[in-house]
Design a protein around this ligand. Structure first.
Ligand SMILES: [Cu+2]
Length: 294
């Protein structure tokens, strides 16, 4: 599903950036390697919101809307691997908060409860709640489609409300690419470089929709193309982002990407890999899965 969406964007992006440069080698292997693809390690996503009475719909609470003066600040740390959501809620000028939730719903639209929070933990540090895997993943991926909502006796329909959004707009990714990670089936079954490697860092900005990268190669001759491909470890996939090989070993360069591509790479780096192609190894001379820089 996600892969299909990215595939839709990958070709135009690649063509625009690569126009006039070397050939795009886009090997499509698979087979045995697919068995290795099960590993999924997604990062913890930090979300925030500042909830106010003004965001409560005017039609709520028998048409009296939300609190005229109160507010609440909340941070959510969503772990899509353990399905744990940890939250810190600080309320200001709110009396009798009886319930707190994350609801599904875009801004200006009311929706059902997605996650129940423990109101007795508000203003007392951090608490955590276990949720379904699908819930954690969807909130992490589409925070703007969820809102934080507090309820009181007087305002049962919501006293303050705030849409969720990502706390960090940039994610730093890294990889150490080697010939060993190139699929054995690539390059007419000779795999990747036996000795070469490349280190790459990617700064993915999901606000400006740009990816800035630094690539340093060691022992690789005639690099003709560099890409971020979509694909789990051990699986070949299409080009998601084309990099400029002329900029490798020369500091940092940046490339614009679509919002969907920036967001997906930032959220699921392990589902993308960095790949260099050379004259001799057109299907990939070195390859490395992306991971969050520690
Ligand atoms: Cu490539």
């Amino acid at each position: 599903m996600k892969r299909t969406v990215i595939g839709k964007f990958s070709l135009p992006v690649a063509l625009i950036v690569l126009a006039g440069t070397a050939s795009v080698a886009n090997a499509t292997g698979g087979g045995l390697a697919a068995a290795k693809a099960a590993r999924v390690v997604s990062p913890v996503v930090q979300l925030v919101t500042h909830a106010t009475g003004a965001e409560v719909l005017p039609s709520d609470n028998a048409n009296m809307g939300g609190s005229p003066t109160g507010s609440a600040d909340a941070t959510f740390s969503v772990d899509t691997k353990s399905h744990l959501i940890c939250y810190t809620v600080t309320t200001k000028d709110l009396a009798g908060v009886a319930a707190g939730h994350i609801h599904s719903g875009a801004k200006g639209v009311d929706g059902g409860v997605a996650v129940g929070l423990d109101a007795s933990k508000f203003n007392k540090g951090t608490a955590c709640v276990s949720v379904a895997s699908a819930v954690a993943t969807d909130i992490a991926k589409n925070p703007d489609m969820y809102y934080f909502n507090l309820h009181t006796k007087k305002y049962p329909g919501g006293i303050v409300r705030g849409q969720l959004s990502a706390k960090f707009t940039t994610v730093l990714l890294t990889t150490h690419a080697t010939g060993a990670e190139v699929l054995a089936a690539d390059n007419a079954n000779m795999g990747g470089s036996p000795t070469g490697s490349a280190d790459a860092t990617f700064k993915v900005d999901t606000k400006s929709n740009r990816i800035c990268y630094t690539v340093t190669t060691t022992g690789i001759a005639d690099v003709v193309a560099g890409h971020i491909h979509s694909g789990a470890k051990g699986v070949d996939g299409g080009v998601a982002v084309a990099l400029d090989p002329a900029k490798f070993n020369h500091g940092s360069a940046c490339v614009p990407v679509t919002a969907a591509v920036a967001k997906d790479i930032a959220m699921n780096p392990d589902m993308y890999y960095f790949n260099l192609h050379s004259k001799k190894y057109s299907g990939g001379v070195v390859r490395g899965q992306l991971g969050v820089k520690k």
